[in-house]
Design a protein around this ligand. Structure first.
Ligand SMILES: NC(=O)C1=CN([C@@H]2O[C@H](COP(=O)(O)OP(=O)(O)OC[C@H]3O[C@@H](n4cnc5c(N)ncnc54)[C@H](OP(=O)(O)O)[C@@H]3O)[C@@H](O)[C@H]2O)C=CC1
Ligand SMILES: Cc1cn([C@H]2C[C@H](O)[C@@H](COP(=O)(O)OP(=O)(O)O[C@H]3O[C@@H](C)C(=O)[C@@H](O)[C@H]3O)O2)c(=O)[nH]c1=O
Ligand SMILES: [Mg+2]
Length: 290
């Protein structure tokens, strides 16, 4: 079986390429190899590869930049998804598409379930909601949240950089969700492709955190591993005291229970996965140096 993976140089794309199941052959296309801002090339590329499954890991993920770059965000996150879905239907390929907790507005009193109503607060969130619609009912749509992977551009690595260079770090404590390790997400994406599932699925790591909690955990784990030399104060702040162009949901916890039950997965606490990611990244950095 053959899979085509878009966004192959991104966090999820790399994790998918690292976890190709037995019996599958994967072709990963980076932005340089397939630029999704030109939908006309998508059909041709899919026709050329004739994959059994398309795993769409590409996206415009710069949440704040999207506020002033709406057409680019919609091109990649929505129009391209429509073109990919069309090509998948035309060639009989399964499609697994990835979406976000930012399609929700954060007003739910409990963790969000796949069929809860969407109400995105940002351009990025609206573009991703449009992408879900464009993926269509035959696709598996995996909503995830707060994704980080070894070597990726993500909150964990931002915090490590700030903790090495600043005397204190201030982090919002009033946005609640759950971090998600890219490697675990990749396993779910592959499992949905293998099973030929369709519909909307939630996947994030187990547990709950604010970004502040996440930052505190990053510092503690990185100190324990020797990735940081000293502790700096990590201060909880309000979103109002960290103004950014995009509005973010105050609460975007995803209820992943149905996905875990379907795929027979045990829940893994986000902090356990954070340790895995840091250890993996440290090993890779040591390897680079030797
Ligand atoms: N990161 C997160 O916290 C979350 C991500 N998601 C979703 O998960 C999925 C994977 O995200 P993640 O791996 O973390 O994101 P990354 O930003 O790490 O990777 C996205 C990849 O898409 C590529 N890309 C961007 N624009 C184009 C384009 N025009 N043509 C082709 N490729 C393009 C990027 O290339 P380049 O680097 O050159 O821009 C990058 O390699 C996305 O659908 C995202 O919306 C959902 C929730 C949270
Ligand atoms: C760097 C930094 C961020 N923050 C805040 C800003 C923001 O509210 C929160 C997280 O910041 P980030 O920019 O890392 O993350 P952000 O871009 O909000 O992350 C989102 O990305 C998209 C792609 C998604 O789909 C979401 O699930 C989510 O992961 O932390 C601080 O409070 N202090 C800081 O020093
Ligand atoms: Mg960001």
């Amino acid at each position: 079986m053959k899979a085509l993976i878009t966004g192959a140089a991104g966090q999820l794309g790399r994790a998918l390429m690292d976890a190709v199941p037995e019996g599958w052959e994967a072709t990963g296309l980076t932005r340089a190899e397939l630029d999704l801002s030109d939908p006309s090339v998508i059909a041709r590329e899919v026709e050329a590869h004739r994959p059994d499954a398309i795993l769409n890991a590409a996206a415009y993920t710069a949440v704040d930049r999207a506020e002033s770059d709406e057409s680019a965000a919609f091109a990649v996150n929505a129009a391209a998804v429509g073109a990919i879905a069309h090509a998948a239907r035309a060639t009989g390929a399964r499609l697994v598409h990835v979406s976000t907790d930012f399609v929700f507005d954060g007003t739910s009193p409990r963790a969000y379930r796949p069929d809860d109503g969407r109400n995105p607060l940002s351009v990025y969130g609206r573009s991703k909601a449009a992408g879900e619609d464009a993926a269509g009912p035959a696709a598996a749509i995996v909503r995830t949240a707060w994704v980080y992977g070894a070597g990726g551009a993500n909150f964990v690595n931002t915090m490590l950089r700030l903790m090495r260079t600043r005397d204190e770090v201030r982090v919002v404590a009033d946005q609640i969700g759950a971090p998600t390790w890219a490697a675990g997400l990749a396993d779910t994406v592959w499992a949905l492709a293998l099973g030929g599932h369709a519909g909307v699925f939630h996947h994030s790591d187990a547990g709950v955190a604010s970004w502040y909690d996440f930052a505190v955990a990053v510092q503690e784990e990185a100190l324990a591993l020797g990735m940081l030399e000293r502790a700096v104060p990590v201060l909880p702040i309000a979103t109002a005291d960290y103004p950014l162009p995009a509005h973010r949901p105050a609460f975007s916890l995803l209820d992943s229970a149905a996905t875990r039950a379907l795929l027979g997965q045990a829940p893994t606490h986000w902090r356990v996965n954070l340790r895995h990611m840091l250890a993996q990244q440290m090993a890779a950095e040591r390897g680079d140096r030797s």
